[in-house]
Write a protein that binds this ligand. Sequence first.
Ligand code: SF4
Length: 188
Amino acid sequence: MGLIVGLEEKLPSGFLLTTVEKLAGYMRKNSLWPATFGLACCAIEMMAAGAGRYDLARFGMEVFRASPRQADLMIVAGRVSNKMAPVVRQIYDQMAAPKWTIAMGACASSGGMFNNYAIVQGVDHIIPVYIYLPGCPPRPEMLMDAILKLHEQIGNEKLGPNREKIIKEVEAAALAAKPTHQLKGLLA
Ligand code: SF4
């Protein structure tokens, strides 16, 4: 089965071999459709990434969908208020599986400067996060870089028993990690 168009014609045998995992990863990473979904100032940068100057379309990943049923990438662009958290979760649940997420900016990743009762201190409290994108706000180039890095992750994702093994390893590592209340940061 040929993965690179034209390459198979140059090989003497006329075909390429690959694994189901690699083929699925290749197709998934090249058909990411983000949900149209912005929460705060970071969303302006996300919109700029899709507009003419930065032109996300160059990478074939600009098809923002208004319905979560047609999207498989959630870019959480901005701070998540406690009031908005159930809505974010509902949109995530309505998206087609397999699905991926990017926490765009300091607020979505950790609450940012809003260390208060109204803001969720990191969207990973309500949905799984695949990429944390730093910055306040991150520039459109940074968002593109994050999506390309996510492409790499998706391309190497495992399936079946291999996937279950990795999930168990990640879970064990998370359980062994230091609890966040014991971490010391700038404000501690
Ligand atoms: S990270 Fe900065 S730009 Fe992004 S939502 Fe928070 S305050 Fe706004």
